[in-house]
Design a protein around this ligand. Structure first.
Ligand code: SF4
Length: 355
């Protein structure tokens, strides 16, 4: 283990399902106390990346380092210890929690699996502490309840408690609020911000750019198994350079935009991952494509001069054209409004009611 190693370093990861390249040469690094949002349409590879990171899918290539130790190359007891450090929170708490298990059963299970303690009293103390850390007040009174006796927000907090009861260094949350009512989302998202501020490295998978903008320290945009753009949310979301990111932003509902001036949805469908088009895989949907895009498969490359952690990277051969279009208020696949405005995206605000 290295003192300076990031909590999670995914490097050149490939995940394949038969001929389908679900994840293709993806690298993502997350440090303790950092929240990275991975965004993109369904099927872009973000969930497969998460599954590989927690050891549920075996990669075809690449490494997944937890505090500098490669999970892919590790076996036996060391692997189990590593897996204890990196926990997954699933999208649907209604399905994730067994209806026959009480709250205490659910949150105790990781402690039993990893043989953390043989003392029932100590186990209960750890369960109550995790529930309280997950924002369930008077946690003692919830221990005997079953999932059907809890609200959606409480269910997700129980799921989070079962993930943090082992005190992991990395949390991977797969669409953690997509199944929740709007009234409960802010509270659960704020909990993730608190866990991040307590030093946990968090990967939040989401298709919701507003969520990414509000809570993330960095945004990683994936398309058809690849990272196509990454950087700080204020940079990526206010000055997107990849036409796909521009199109995602164009799809953000804007209450001030009338139905008559609504932007068109992203045209077409994502490509078949078993038969990717030659050149840039976004080309069939890209209004900014030129002939060279049919032969060049663009690599993720720096688009700015900032220090490495703040680096804005883009995988598009027309970055310079996109930059000048962005600066002048125009964009490739999804033009901004005639006055140059873009959707107003709040950045990293943790204010809001707790649910
Ligand atoms: S490389 Fe070409 S096709 Fe791909 S996103 Fe850039 S402009 Fe569009």
């Amino acid at each position: 283990m290295s003192e300076d190693a990031p909590a999670l370093a995914i490097d050149r990861l490939d995940v394949r399902y038969g001929a389908r390249k679900a994840v293709d040469d993806v690298s993502v690094t997350v440090r303790g106390g950092e929240l990275v949002a991975v965004v993109g349409e369904s099927g872009c590879g973000k969930t497969s990346t998460a599954m590989a990171a927690v050891g549920l899918v075996r990669p075809a290539a690449g490494s997944i380092r937890v505090n500098g130790v490669d999970l892919v190359a590790t076996r036996g007891r060391r692997r189990r210890e590593l897996l204890r450090s990196i926990q997954l929170i699933c999208q649907d708490p209604y399905e994730a929690l067994d209806p026959r298990f009480t709250v205490e059963d659910v949150v105790s299970e990781p402690l039993l699996v990893h043989r953390v303690t043989t003392s029932g009293a100590e186990r209960r103390r750890l369960v109550v502490a995790a529930l309280e850390r997950a924002g369930i007040p008077s946690a003692d009174s919830y221990l005997g309840r079953y999932p059907h006796q809890l609200s959606g927000g409480q269910l997700q907090r129980v799921a989070i408690a079962s993930a943090i009861v082992l005190e992991p260094e990395v949390l991977i949350a797969d669409e953690p609020v997509s199944m929740l009512d709007v009234s409960m989302r802010a509270g659960v998202l704020r909990l993730f911000a608190d866990l991040r501020d307590a030093g946990i490295a968090i990967v939040m998978i989401t298709h919701d750019l507003i969520t990414a903008a509000q809570y993330a320290d960095r945004v990683v945009v994936m398309y058809a198994g690849r990272v196509v753009e990454e950087g700080r949310p204020d940079v990526v979301l206010s000055s997107p350079l990849h036409p796909y990111t521009q199109a995602l932003l164009a799809a953000v509902p804007d209450p001030e935009r009338s139905r008559d001036t609504a932007r068109p949805a992203l045209p077409g469908e994502p490509p078949d991952l078993a038969a990717l088009p030659p050149g840039c895989r976004f080309r069939p949907r890209c209004a900014a494509a030129i002939d060279a895009c049919a032969t060049i498969d663009p690599e993720l490359a720096p688009a700015g001069q900032r220090a490495s952690r703040d680096l804005h990277r883009v995988a598009c051969i027309r970055v310079e054209a996109a930059r000048s279009e962005t600066a002048s208020g125009r964009a490739g696949a999804a033009p901004a409004e005639a006055d140059g405005t873009r959707p107003r995206l709040p950045v990293r605000s943790t204010e809001g009611p707790v649910s």
